[in-house]
Unconditional design. Structure first.
Length: 138
C-alpha cells in the first residue's frame, strides 16, 4: 500500500507542476494571438546577457527576458524596441517573432509522460519497489 501511495502522489505532483506552466503558456498564447505591436523605450540594459531587460511602457517599468532576441552591441539606453502587448496581460510581453508553442508542447509532453508512468506504476497489481539514492523506501 505504501508503494502505491508513493507512486500515485508522484503522479499528482506531476499534475501540480503542470498548472503554473499552463497558466503562463495560456497568457503567452493570448498575447501571441490577440496582441498588437507596440514600441517600448529601454529603461535599463542588463549587466549580463542572462538578465532581464527593463523598459518603459505607458509610464510604467516592466522587465522581459531577452532570450537572445536583442543584440546588446547595437542597443543603447533610451532606444525603442517593438514588442507584442495585450491590454489586461501587462506582465506578458512577447517579441514580435516569438512563438510560445514549442516550449509549451515540450513541457506538456514531459510532465504528461511522468504523470502517466507514475499512475501506471501506482495502479499496477503489485507496484515496483521505490528506492531513492540506492536506499529502499518501501
Amino acid at each position: 500500500m505504501k508503494r502505491r501511495v508513493i507512486w500515485l502522489s508522484s503522479a499528482f505532483l506531476a499534475v501540480l507542476l503542470l498548472v503554473p506552466i499552463l497558466y503562463d503558456a495560456y497568457n503567452d498564447y493570448e498575447v501571441y494571438r490577440f496582441g498588437s505591436i507596440v514600441k517600448v523605450t529601454i529603461a535599463e540594459l542588463p549587466r549580463k546577457s542572462s538578465d532581464d531587460i527593463k523598459f518603459n511602457f505607458d509610464g510604467k517599468v516592466y522587465s522581459k527576458s531577452t532570450d537572445g532576441e536583442i543584440n546588446y552591441a547595437t542597443v543603447k539606453l533610451g532606444d525603442t524596441i517593438t514588442l507584442k502587448y495585450l491590454k489586461g496581460y501587462e506582465d506578458f510581453f512577447l517579441f514580435p517573432n516569438a512563438n510560445p508553442f514549442s516550449s509549451l508542447i515540450i513541457a506538456f509532453c514531459i510532465v504528461t509522460t511522468c504523470m502517466v508512468c507514475f499512475s501506471y506504476y501506482g495502479l499496477r497489481k503489485t507496484p515496483p519497489p521505490v528506492s531513492l539514492f540506492g536506499q529502499k523506501i518501501s
